[in-house]
Design a protein around this ligand. Structure first.
Ligand code: GAL
Length: 532
């Protein structure tokens, strides 16, 4: 069993080159909109607009997308982004899949507060109504809702699913297709998850006489292009994996297959990344086993990889998000932001066969604290999620997700999507938590208070005076933790909302204190002023 192949701290950086193909994004700000547009044919989401100020798109966001529903060929809806304008925010959007009456437009929704100030999940939900074909009325409700967007922000941290945590190297076309299908049918796609990332195990390091990668056609009928095509046919994006070094990790656990040499891209950077792009991949995670073994300079290697990717994209026209995975070695936060979308900052969050552990989640969270390195399109990566993996409680799942959201970390689910519980699904798809993660400012939350393990993290969100706040109790006893508004950079009065329960707790003066169970957390949205 592979446990400690790397004695040193490892980290993986996943990077996403800017410009991943955005789904249509309908972003409504504030305007409550009458949502008159209930009927109609599959609405396409509007174009992404940011910035504050009420706009018509509040109305059209909800309304439009919801309306897509009845159409047999409902158009692709946009994916909402919560841009938040100080509590009046936003909305939007439509479903991310076309067709068939299932999707229709609106998948959307949530979270934002309507112009009228009321919480408005219902707007979004109504968008979802559109999904099932209620058409007109759904549209109307959607407009009224102007709810916060539920899905991913084109320059936000990548969201999707990756094969490693649950399957290790035991993957093939069937495994990936099953999980891709489940990503759609479970509602994760509608919530903004879009990448299906094939991690180690797809290739045994074989090449033909010209150095081109050769594929086992039994495991991957039609080769890797076929699986990328399949993923795309679901309206999703496809990710693949290699190593910056010559040999790669070669851990084919749990297949029993011996480690194969040559499963890295060193010596073939331009050839391999062009190949990935030609096959249709949109994302590539580049590991560091070979690089580490050879003792090469990480910045130099990943810069060459980034250059090869740029060259490939020039040829194919297909952007390829780069996820740097060198486990925090050689301090990637100092150089990876300029050449990648995300960079791992620590060792693996779980090793195959082990039970999920909260201590690893916390260690990876701590190791990813490099706020200065983060900006829209460039993210510290504490690793793929273990939410929903066997052994974690609902509270642990929530805390893990909240830690990633307050960090603005990539959300790459690692559980088996085809068999997850409804509780896991609700944690992964919570639209307000996702909106925090995907916030347009792209900032990382920072620790603003620490009283012997009773900690407060604050993340500045877009809009005015908005903060995501995590009260984190790292002690073994329940404790009262206080978020002082001055520590959050806010004035004396602020409105507090419990994010997981979607409950407004009212306006508070100078601070908010709550009891947090042992080893648990409370995720809040704090908005300056007396109303949210
Ligand atoms: C590690 C990496 C993991 C996974 C694994 C495959 O280096 O951190 O996320 O990709 O390799 O062997």
């Amino acid at each position: 069993m592979r446990v400690s192949r790397r004695p040193h701290a490892g980290s993986m950086n996943a990077v996403r080159l800017g410009g991943s193909l955005p789904l249509l994004v309908a972003l409504g700000l504030g305007c409550s909109g009458s949502g008159a547009s209930g009927s109609g044919s599959g609405g396409n989401g509007g174009s992404l607009t940011s910035g504050g100020g009420p706009s018509a798109s509040g109305a059209s966001g909800g309304g439009l997308s919801a309306s897509g529903s009845t159409g047999a060929s409902a158009g692709k809806g946009g994916v909402g982004v919560n841009v938040g304008g100080g509590g009046t925010s936003g909305v939007g959007n439509g479903g991310s899949t076309a067709g068939g009456g299932v999707s229709g437009g609106a998948v959307s929704v949530t979270g934002g507060n309507s112009a009228a100030g009321g919480q408005n999940a219902s707007g979004g939900r109504s968008g979802t109504g559109g999904t099932v074909g209620t058409g007109g009325s759904a549209g109307a409700a959607g407009g009224a809702g102007g709810a916060g967007g539920m899905a991913s922000n084109p320059s936000g941290p990548p969201m999707g699913w990756a094969s490693w945590n649950s399957f290790a190297a035991k993957i093939n076309s069937t495994v990936i297709k099953t999980q891709a299908d489940a990503l759609v049918s479970s509602g994760l796609q509608a919530a903004g998850y879009q990448y299906v990332n094939i991690d180690e195990g797809w290739w045994q390091g074989t090449r033909d006489g010209s150095g081109n990668i050769t594929i086992d056609a039994t495991e991957w009928p039609g080769g890797m292009q076929a699986i990328a095509d399949y993923i795309h046919s679901l309206g999703l994006k496809a990710g693949i994996y290699t190593d910056a070094g010559r040999d790669g990790c070669g851990y084919y656990y749990p297949t029993g297959r011996p480690a194969a040499p040559g499963s890295g891209s060193e010596g073939h950077y331009e050839q391999d990344f062009l190949q990935f792009s030609k096959w249709g991949f949109d994302f590539v995670k580049v590991d560091w086993c070979g690089g580490s073994k050879e003792g090469i300079d990480a910045k130099t290697a990943y810069q060459a990889i980034s250059n090869a990717i740029k060259k490939a994209t020039e040829q194919t026209g297909r952007p390829l998000v780069l996820s740097v995975c060198n486990w925090g070695d050689q301090s990637p936060w100092n150089w990876a932001p300029s050449l990648s979308t995300m960079w791992r900052t620590s060792q693996d969050i779980i090793y195959y066969g082990s039970a999920p552990e909260m201590s690893r989640v916390l260690t990876n969270f701590d190791s990813a604290q490099h706020a200065a390195a983060q900006s829209p399109g460039h993210f510290n990566d504490p690793d793929m999620l273990i939410v929903g993996m066997s052994g974690f409680t609902a509270a642990q799942n929530r805390s893990h997700m909240a830690l990633w959201a307050i960090s603005g970390a990539p959300l790459l689910a690692g559980n088996k999507l085809d068999s997850m519980s409804s509780d896991t699904k609700s944690v992964l798809t919570n639209s307000e938590v996702i909106a925090i993660d995907q916030d347009l400012l792209g900032k990382q939350g920072v620790r603003v208070a620490d009283d012997a393990g009773r900690q407060v993290y604050s993340r500045q969100l877009s809009g005015t005076g908005r903060r995501a706040v995590l009260l984190l109790n790292r002690t073994a006893s329940a404790a009262t933790i206080t978020a002082r508004f001055a520590d959050l950079g806010l004035g004396a009065t602020a409105s507090v909302r419990n994010v997981w329960t979607a409950t407004d707790l009212g306006a508070k003066t100078t601070s908010y204190a709550a009891s947090v169970p042992a080893n648990d957390s409370l995720l809040l949205l704090v908005t300056e002023g007396a109303s949210p």
